[in-house]
Design a binder for this molecule. Structure first.
Ligand code: SDX
Length: 428
């Protein structure tokens, strides 16, 4: 960290010097942690220019469209690594050796089953309940099965919690889907790959043998990798803030799932596909483009724009290639892809979107691929949550391993009533 300083001139006070800290890459930051002692807070709703923590896990350069997991570019990982390798990399900081990978895979596969009583949690939900609500509730419930004996100050306990979460999310996600269609839950199969096991829990039925389609398996694994982590996004920041109080990690992941559900965040892939279905045909695109520009119309082009990427989302680039591969390999003619391609072409040439640097993001293409492999729209964000669990756990563990860790407690600019005396209007 450089020893540069920022000088701040406050009314009626001596100029104060604030340390400027530098990381490996990206913007330097001004350490304002002592500002309170000078009678001021900073104000930054939505944290547009605020670093909440220091992290070694993921780096994004929004201007250049760069995404690195522990220094490795996302396109290289999507091409050359599988999701469990990426999980190991995010959790431990280095790619696994063949031996480490084998041990990690064995560990994860040993935790794929859930307590048999957990299946009762689903019965309280209507069959048509949104799967994100079901998964959020069941994961929160899982904290009851792993609470008392867990010591989150013990690294080995945190590691086991991460293994359990990575292993059980696919099982619970598939259970939510099976419950919604009235089919029996399918147990995990530890002889299959992580993605293959998820597909068989989703689509196998007890009365027939299920064969994993390798094309779909590879596409699924790549979708998991592309969504595995993304710095301090809303849901990851939620997990960090919930975890900063020492809360049970399963409850923290449930909080992250709740945050991810929003259409401005992880719910965008589901919203994007619903938007493409609403547009329906290429000739209706201009009408929706005009609506997206209309300040009085809340409609936005779902799958476009990003808080950080002011260039192409590098995940969208990989997802676009995967999208074409899957549709070509599975020989699927999807009119929604035609609408998506035309929408992308128009949006990328329209000054409104170009000026605001609103490029397609990862959600724009992931929805089409998920639909192509048979995943229902309502399950899209559940798959995003499944993929992102390793990122959430990696950030939670990084925070809990920090000896200087303290509870997160933002301040505010108070604009309410000044102090006044209370007089009741209620007859006692
Ligand atoms: C994810 O943070 C992450 O890393 C998230 C994520 C991850 O991996 O964790 O990458 C996953 O959440 C991707 C984003 C998915 N969301 C969507 O696709 C929903 C549609 N996108 C928008 O809601 C929006 O772009 C956000 C929320 C993603 C970002 O919004 P910002 O940064 O707060 O920007 P803004 O809302 O202030 O918009 C700036 C301008 C505004 O117009 P002006 O006020 O300048 O006139 O751009 C406009 C907005 O109206 N705008 C859009 C638009 N997105 C922004 N106009 C039309 N369609 C859009 N999609």
């Amino acid at each position: 960290m450089a020893d540069q300083k920022a000088t701040l001139h406050l009314p009626g006070q001596e100029a104060i010097e604030l340390p400027i800290l530098s990381g490996t890459a990206g913007y330097d930051v001004i350490d304002i942690s002592t500002l309170g002692s000078h009678g001021y807070f900073t104000y930054d709703p939505g944290f547009m220019a605020t670093a909440s923590c220091q992290s070694d896990i993921t780096y994004i350069d929004g201007e250049k469209g760069i995404l690195l997991y522990r220094g490795y570019p996302i396109d290289q990982l999507a091409e050359n690594a599988n999701y469990l390798e990426v999980c190991y990399l995010l959790l431990y900081g280095e790619a696994p050796t063949a031996k480490q990978y084998e041990e990690f895979q064995r560990l994860i596969m040993r935790h794929t089953m859930v307590h048999e009583q957990l299946s009762s949690f689903f019965k309280g939900y209507r069959r048509d309940a949104h799967p994100m609500s079901v998964v959020c509730g069941v994961i929160a419930g899982l904290s009851a099965f792993y609470h008392d004996p867990m010591d989150i100050t013990d690294q080995s306990h945190r590691e086991t919690a991460a293994h359990r979460m990575i292993a059980k999310l696919p099982t619970i996600a598939a259970m939510a889907y099976k419950y919604s269609i009235g089919q029996p839950f399918i147990y995990p199969r530890n002889d299959l790959s992580y993605a293959g096991n998820f597909l068989q829990m989703m689509f196998a039925i007890p009365c027939e043998e299920y064969k994993v389609n390798p094309i779909v398996e590879r596409a699924m694994d790549r979708i998991f990798t592309l969504h595995a982590d993304h710095e301090q996004n809303a849901s990851t920041s939620t997990v960090r803030l919930a975890g900063s109080s020492g809360a049970n990690p399963f409850a923290c992941i449930a909080a992250g799932i709740a945050s991810l559900w929003g259409p401005a965040h992880g719910g965008a892939n589901e919203a994007c596909l619903m938007m493409l279905e609403e547009i329906g045909s290429v000739d209706r695109i201009p009408e929706f483009i005009e609506r997206a520009k209309d300040k009085d119309d809340p409609f936005r082009l779902m799958g476009f724009g990003h808080r950080v990427y002011k260039n192409f989302d590098p995940r969208a680039t990989v997802m676009r290639d995967t999208c074409h591969e899957v549709l070509d390999d599975l020989k699927i003619e999807d009119p929604l892809l035609d609408v998506a391609m035309e929408l992308e072409r128009i949006a990328l040439s329209d000054p409104y979107f170009v000026e605001r640097k609103l490029y397609p993001n990862v959600d724009f293409y992931s929805g089409i691929v998920l639909k192509a492999v048979g995943i229902p729209t309502s399950m899209f964000t559940v798959i995003f949550a499944l993929s992102r669990t390793v990122g959430w756990m990696s950030h939670w563990n990084e925070m809990m391993s920090d000896p200087k860790q303290k509870i997160g407690r933002p301040r505010q600019l108070y604009t309410g009533a000044a102090e006044r005396d209370f007089h009741t209007h209620v007859e006692k």
